[in-house]
Design a protein around this ligand. Structure first.
Ligand code: TXA
Ligand code: MG
Length: 317
């Protein structure tokens, strides 16, 4: 676990324009001072992330919001009250101080107030909001433990160890600029469920096919991919011949002996537990040099929607 001293020196790296990986309750982030365009440019370089994919800006106090966004629409306020700090990012019209590189040239910016105390302590000590994507190479599986980050980036990068992430899936991204101004739309399912959001502000509009341009490129169909080919199983699936196949199962499977290795996400069928374990299980399976990973579908309600979103993208070519 990182100490207060580690957080202090990480904050000073940030103030000097450097990058630091830090824990949040969702996944580990790769952070830089969001107001320093040169520092943010290094995030894109290190991740191999295309410049058209905008970053989320992390704050540690709701009071930081006014300097970053033009306006907080009425329906955004109850969401902030209910779910911040927590796994919810809000896309709002940006102020001029937010560099274009952060938003990939968009006039909006995604803002999130993470619940992890170490993330909050780092943001406060750095004295600036932090732009941070998930701390993985572009398109790969997101990190939910400090060692997932060091495995991908080596020991060149400072990684604050805050233990395993307690949510395990990225934040839900809700945009207020996508359809009608002020009307919320979910761009990415995540740690806060649709059901939770609708319980606070009523039914959400969903985007139609026509307006589903990838303004949120986390929505690109291939993402979260292990190096090992991954397929989503259908009923009756059976691994072929000599292949070494790993199974990513939701609950305990009936015929596990046909697979070289089985990862069970939740014996009891609890979506919250499955979400927490999902990326770590994918990292473990990916390290085994299997011929294939087969993922068993999870019921699509609540957090199951976000889990299936990640599995479909992991399976996409
Ligand atoms: O939980 C999380 O959100 C984690 C932790 C580190 O906070 N971060 C994360 O960042 O998942 P990243 O970069 O992997 O995903 C950011 C998502 C992408 O889908 C991106 O397209 C979307 O947020 N996004 C960011 N700014 C946007 C904007 N202005 N308009 C629309 N989508 C935006
Ligand atoms: Mg990511």
């Amino acid at each position: 676990m990182a100490t207060a001293q580690d957080i202090g020196s990480a904050a000073s790296e940030i103030r000097q324009g450097g990058l630091v990986a830090f824990p949040t309750e969702t996944v580990y982030g790769l952070g830089a001072n969001a107001l320093d365009a040169n520092a943010v440019a290094q995030i894109f370089e290190m991740k191999g992330r295309p410049r058209f994919d905008p970053l989320i800006v992390h704050i540690a106090d709701v009071g930081q919001l006014d300097a970053l966004v033009k306006d907080v629409p009425p329906l955004a306020k109850p969401l902030i009250e209910q779910f911040w700090p927590g796994p919810l990012s809000l896309v709002l019209e940006k102020q001029d101080c937010v560099p274009e590189i952060v938003t990939a040239g968009l006039s909006s910016v995604a803002i999130r107030f993470p619940a992890h105390e170490m993330a909050q302590a780092l943001i406060r000590a750095a004295g600036a909001p932090l732009a941070a994507p998930s701390a993985n190479r572009f398109g790969r599986v997101s990190p939910t433990r400090a060692d997932h980050v060091s495995q991908q980036f080596g020991d060149q990068l400072t990684v604050l160890d805050g233990g395993p992430c307690r949510v395990g899936l990225e934040s839900t991204v809700v945009s207020f600029v996508e359809i009608d101004p002020g009307q919320p739309v979910v761009l990415r399912p995540g740690g806060i469920t649709m059901e939770q959001i609708e319980a606070v502000i009523g039914p959400l509009k969903s985007r139609t096919k026509e307006d589903s341009r990838p303004s949120s490129p986390g929505q690109l169909s291939s993402h979260y991919s292990p190096a090992t080919p991954l397929v989503l199983a259908e009923e009756g699936f059976s691994p072929a011949g000599e292949n070494r196949v790993g199974l990513l199962s939701y609950q305990r499977p009936l015929q596990s002996e046909r697979f070289s290795v089985v990862e069970v996400l939740s014996e009891q069928g609890c979506p919250r537990e499955a979400a927490v374990k999902l990326f770590a299980a994918l990292h473990r399976l990916d390290a085994l040099n299997l011929d294939q990973i087969v993922a068993w579908p999870v019921p699509e309600a609540g957090l199951g929607r976000a889990i299936m979103d990640r599995l479909r993208r992991a399976a996409a070519k």
